[in-house]
Design a binder for this molecule. Sequence first.
Ligand SMILES: Cc1cc2nc3c(=O)[nH]c(=O)nc-3n(C[C@H](O)[C@H](O)[C@H](O)COP(=O)(O)OP(=O)(O)OC[C@H]3O[C@@H](n4cnc5c(N)ncnc54)[C@H](O)[C@@H]3O)c2cc1C
Length: 343
Amino acid sequence: MNLEQYKGVFIYAQQVDNKIDAIALELLGKANDLAADLGTDVTAVLIGSDVKGLVDELAEYGADKVIVVDDPELKEYRTEPYTHALASVINEYKPDILLVGATAIGRDLGPRVSARVATGLTADCTVLEIGEFKARGDKEPRQGQLLMTRPAFGGNTIATIACPNHRPQMATVRPGVMQKKEPVAGAKAEVIEYNPGFTPNDKYVEILDIVKSVTETVDIQAAKILVSGGRGVGSAENFALLDDLAEALGGTVSCSRAVVDNGWKPKDLQVGQTGKTVRPNVYFAIGISGAIQHVAGMEESDIIIAINKDPDAPIFDVADYGIVGDALKIVPKLTEAIKAQVK
Ligand SMILES: Cc1cc2nc3c(=O)[nH]c(=O)nc-3n(C[C@H](O)[C@H](O)[C@H](O)COP(=O)(O)OP(=O)(O)OC[C@H]3O[C@@H](n4cnc5c(N)ncnc54)[C@H](O)[C@@H]3O)c2cc1C
């Protein structure tokens, strides 16, 4: 493999129902930082049917170029045609780096594509940066490598992984981990239309019907204030106290995995390594011990307020403000005080 041929930072611009997914805009934000360090440009790969109208949004969020693969075969996401599309783009345009969202689609597509083009993939990265890396047999470290950091061994350690001998260097990133850039209204990207040809065949999955799941739960990743409860809240019924606090603050309730495991709240509300990554303005951690797998999902919050009866609970290590005491007594008083302020 001639590594010199591979240039540029590419992102997979996920769209569903012809709407750009927020993860694509977050990846563009990170891709811009990486491209600035490498002195290169950012390309979004947009795959779908009738999707050309989405190009400008990608340009506004930082894409210098957009490669559009537009074909009726790509109307709904299916593993085979999308893998063919993205792998063909890689073979044709040879990116140095390719970022994919760790969404349900990206988790299916990314590994398949990496296998197709015979490169490595680091999943669920929390940090991506450009740096030097000394591979086995190298006398000097190589410059300009993508260093991909992610939790390993069940979150008990952090590993930084490089892909020195193959291209593209591929990483997936979970939604909410990277930050979008401020959009530049009216920005334009160079548009490259590319179609590797699709021949429907009986290996393709045939979609007979799409049934959308309707959920009552809210999107905790969009909330500015999260009132998060852990096992220390004691029961599903006691979460009513957190509901009251969240309502008084105009916030949303979320929770730790212990709460989901106990069946007190649905998985959609779980924060952490196997839940969602959140970065609200204010995060209340109530009766949450602060296990590393929980903290991984909320430590980027602007202000963290912990309430815990154990003064040695690890959550206080990441909290900006801490209250030591019984949450079941403190939370109602806090709610009353906030309501009195708002009146
Ligand atoms: C691979 C893997 C992935 C994981 N992913 C996640 C994840 O995504 N999210 C996640 O949250 N966890 C995750 N976990 C689990 C994690 O390790 C912890 O077990 C979990 O976060 C603990 O939840 P908790 O803090 O609610 O409960 P506990 O650890 O039991 O803590 C309860 C806390 O409440 C306090 N408390 C008790 N009563 C009161 C009271 N009346 N008032 C005030 N404080 C009180 C206690 O002092 C204690 O600190 C994962 C684990 C593994 C191995």
